[in-house]
Design a protein around this ligand. Sequence first.
Ligand code: NI
Length: 161
Amino acid sequence: KMALRNILEDGDPILRKTCREVDQVTERTQMILDDMVETMRQAQGVGLAAPQVGIVRRMFVAEPQPGELYYFVNPQIVSKEGLQESEEGCLSVPGYVGLVDRPEKIVIKGLDREGNPQEFALEGFPAIVMCHEYDHLDGILYKDKAKEMYELTDAADTTEE
Ligand code: NI
């Protein structure tokens, strides 16, 4: 039932749009979210935002660790604390990683896959992933914020968002 979606790459103007809020979580919304999970996993990513699959709506999925799956519709980062440096990649910016400053801890709220309110206090890697995905909803790519960028060799392996 689920289907893989095509992941847009840097240079596609859709990745630079400010996404609109989701009015209502419908079966169609859930179908898109489920496709995004399948697409993220197939690409061995830890997060995927709707604009990366061409949908200009405020939602993303994230799986910072296997089995720790988050669905976020209309997310809001309500607090940020501290600072951590992260080495990030992005499924829409293949072949690169970069160093980015991110908050150490965040509180993020929004709706879940069923349209119910949810809120999480996260720190470390999950906080990085959420901030990275959230930025996609405002048309921001991690490379815009990166202090340094590195090109990957074919042999390198990294997590991508
Ligand atoms: Ni990304």
